[in-house]
Design a protein around this ligand. Structure first.
Ligand code: MN
Ligand code: MN
Length: 322
């Protein structure tokens, strides 16, 4: 039997700058897909011409949320030493499980069983989808005990997944929902997006705290590694978009949205944006919710507010869909 000293998580005094803030905010946003009346979309769905694209978009998102539940948040939580941050990451993991399950709720409402079976087979066969799942999971699985560079890399990969790669999928329901098409399914997506915004900022913030402790030389190396990873994922994302959106003619607009979110992901980890500013479809930017979608969780006053303000988080960090 081992004879280690186990420490209990002590929330009586803060050990992490923002763990309590992220914790509170995540729980405040708790939701379940069954609360949204997706069945109201059934009628529109029957006459909807781009069912294939729509189903594939959601199936792709299901895979990413599955990876994030089972590998991402688990591995990062395991190797994070601060017990409060560990707890926050574990809570995030639970929300990933809700996300992954919510697509099945939509499928079961809109699709037949054989369509659903086909779709989950497609996930296993789509090379671009499998490429990103492999790329990100490898980094998660390579965290070494006590090696904070490998932990930082996993956090960076997590932010790329959540603030960047998800958006090729989010585009379509937001684009349609914003025009009153399949609006309830889009509502589910907007709730997922609201969670991902917190996750991107929180994990990005934890990553920045680690990064500060590295030597200049290590920081430079990691920066090169980070931009290379982003470019690699970006190339793949362009092919994925062409593949999935082929029938819709929307690829160029999806790609602009992807670049916009790649810049946001970089900012979440404290790096400079790399793509030039360009116009993103205003329907998608506005999102489908007129209320509740734009709130600033740092607007709550208190010590954490001041800390957040000195951290490199921008004012519109929590302005969703804008
Ligand atoms: Mn998720
Ligand atoms: Mn997430």
């Amino acid at each position: 039997m081992s004879n280690l000293i186990y420490e209990a998580v002590n929330w009586n005094k803060p050990t992490s700058d923002l763990a309590q803030v992220f914790w509170d905010q995540q729980w405040k946003q708790i939701w379940f897909p069954e609360e949204i009346a997706v069945s109201k979309d059934v009628k529109q769905w029957q006459n909807f011409e781009q069912q294939e694209t729509y189903k594939k978009v959601f199936a792709g998102l299901t895979l990413l949320d599955t990876v994030q539940t089972n590998i991402g948040m688990n591995q990062i939580a395991t190797h994070t030493t601060d017990l409060q941050e560990k707890a926050v990451l574990t809570v995030f993991g639970s929300f990933e499980a809700i996300h992954a399950k919510s697509y099945s709720y939509i499928f079961t409402t809109l699709c037949t069983n054989s369509e659903i079976d086909e779709l989950f087979e497609w996930v296993k066969k789509n090379e671009f989808l499998q490429y990103k799942a492999n790329k990100i999971s490898d980094i998660y699985n390579r965290i070494e005990e006590g090696n904070s560079e490998s932990l930082w890399k996993a956090m960076y990969a997590s932010v790329m997944l959540e603030s960047f790669l998800f958006y090729s999928g989010f585009f379509y329901p937001l684009y349609l929902g914003g025009q009153g098409i399949l609006r309830n399914s889009a509502e589910v997506i907007s709730l997922i997006l609201r969670d991902e915004s917190i996750h991107g900022v929180a994990v990005g913030f934890f990553a920045q705290n680690l990064f500060k402790q590295f030597s200049q030389e290590t920081q430079d190396e990691l920066k090169v590694w980070g931009y290379e990873l982003l470019l690699d994922l970006y190339q793949n994302e362009m092919s994925y978009t062409d593949d999935v959106y082929a029938e819709t003619g929307l690829s160029p607009e999806v790609k602009a949205y992807i670049r916009f979110n790649a810049n946001k992901a970089l900012m979440n980890v404290g790096f400079d944006a790399m793509f030039p500013e360009e116009e993103v479809n205003p329907i998608v930017m506005n999102g489908i919710r007129n209320e509740g979608s734009t709130y600033d969780f740092f607007s709550q006053k208190g010590s954490s507010y001041a800390k957040a303000k000195v951290a490199p988080i921008t004012d519109d960090t929590f302005q969703f869909n804008r």
